[in-house]
Design a protein around this ligand. Structure first.
Ligand code: NCD
Length: 305
């Protein structure tokens, strides 16, 4: 039995197969409409979510399966003090696969160690968000045609943003990837990622504060929200929340084929006027997220047509 805790749980080869499967589902969804008949997905979300939870549920329903679960810690027995380990033992009796989001780093890993069904990490604190990364990889591969030879700007909250941490981990395995980290100094990429991951693997990277200075060299711009819920005080959040606002004027500096990705939710970091720019692909990214989660459910349940 397999779980998904980090994007590195799949080999490069397995990842390609998963993305191929997602693309096939996109082309011929009807073929998969009953692939999960009789199966149940549990969504155990201890932290707020719109896209991730609903896309998991939609993915399972579109595969013919059923879903159950909870959308906040308050509405589950966690409010009574039940541990994640006990909860997953019980969920294992009710469902065939579980997607779990938790504010504590490592909680889904603890669950996986006690589970008799596959567990998917749907985001653990500021640590990892592997299914967002699968979504990002599918979006990049489909719209850019490659996962190699890319200059990727990551902008915003690089300290707490788990989507950024997961994406960096996954992209290191492809050739000729260069990162440009764009953040205020308070929200810099953690030093463990710089030292243990990037420097160790000889991945070129650059750190800057001003987005305008680097926009012209980017093939991809991955924007992120400043993560209010992970700040220790409101004052710092208020000071940093509008540090970056991507608007039409700034987009004039970008390459004609640069893509803008964003895991969403967006707050103010991309002004709505940019949404109609053909380079803005964050809503298409949401659609890719659905197909990749369908592919992931099939893969972890070892269902092939
Ligand atoms: C992200 C997350 O939860 O980390 N959202 C998502 O799942 N698409 C990003 C965010 O909340 O800012």
């Amino acid at each position: 039995m397999r779980h998904l805790m980090s994007p590195l749980d799949f080999s490069v080869e397995e990842l390609y197969q998963l993305l191929d499967l997602a693309e096939d589902i996109k082309l011929a969804p009807a073929k998969y409409a009953h692939a999960c008949d009789g199966k149940i997905l549990a969504t155990c979300f201890y932290e707020p979510s719109t896209r991730t939870r609903l896309s998991f549920e939609s993915a399972m329903l579109r595969l013919g399966g059923n879903v159950l679960g909870f959308a906040s810690a308050d509405s589950s027995s966690a409010a009574k003090g039940e541990s994640v380990s006990d909860t997953i033992r019980m969920i294992s009796a009710y469902a065939d696969i579980c997607a779990m989001r938790h504010s504590k780093e490592g909680a889904p890993m603890v669950a996986a160690s006690k589970s008799s069904i596959p567990v998917i990490n749907a985001g653990d604190g500021g640590h990892q968000h592997p299914t967002q990364t699968l979504t990002d990889l599918l979006t990049i591969r489909s719209l850019k045609g490659r996962l190699t030879n890319l200059t990727i700007g990551l902008c915003g909250d690089l300290k707490f943003g788990r989507t950024v941490h997961s994406l960096i981990n996954a992209l290191l395995r492809y050739k000729d990837i260069r990162f440009v980290f764009i953040s205020p100094k308070e929200l810099r990429i953690p030093s463990y990622i710089q030292e243990d991951i990037l420097t160790k693997n000889n991945i070129p990277f650059q750190e800057v504060i001003r987005l305008e200075d680097v926009l012209p060299q980017l093939d991809l711009l991955y924007m992120t929200r400043v993560q209010r819920e992970r700040f220790f005080n409101e004052e710092d959040y208020v000071r940093l929340k509008d540090f970056y606002i991507l608007n039409k004027e700034k987009m004039e500096l970008a390459k004609e084929d640069m893509l803008i990705l964003h895991p969403l939710p967006r707050v103010n970091e991309i002004s709505v006027e940019v949404d109609s720019d053909p380079r803005a692909v964050y809503f298409q990214q949401v659609q890719y997220g659905l197909y990749v989660r369908m592919a992931l459910i099939l893969t972890l349940l070892e269902i092939s047509l």
